[in-house]
Design a protein around this ligand. Structure first.
Ligand SMILES: [Zn+2]
Length: 80
């Protein structure tokens, strides 16, 4: 991972090759790209936390998503 600070979805696409939305309860996940954002009612300039609040898990129904940079689920520890 680069040392760039990742604040928004756009930063994920630019610096990390994509973004992952993952349910913190059941670990169901989905990769996001800039083309599907409009279908989800999201904007690429949104902060990751704001985007995460928009998701409800399709599998378990929890509203407990987190959004982080990458193209596969992993244990993202945030900006350092
Ligand atoms: Zn879930």
């Amino acid at each position: 991972m680069s040392t760039k600070r990742i604040e928004s979805l756009n930063d994920c696409f630019r610096h990390a090759g994509g973004a992952i939305v993952e349910c913190t309860r059941c670990r169901h996940w989905k990769s996001l790209n800039r083309f599907i954002l409009p279908w989800l009612g999201l904007r690429s300039g949104m902060a990751l936390d704001d985007a995460a609040r928009r998701f409800r898990c399709r599998r378990c129904g929890a509203k407990a998503a987190r959004v982080y940079p990458g193209d596969r689920p992993h244990n993202w520890r945030g900006n350092r």
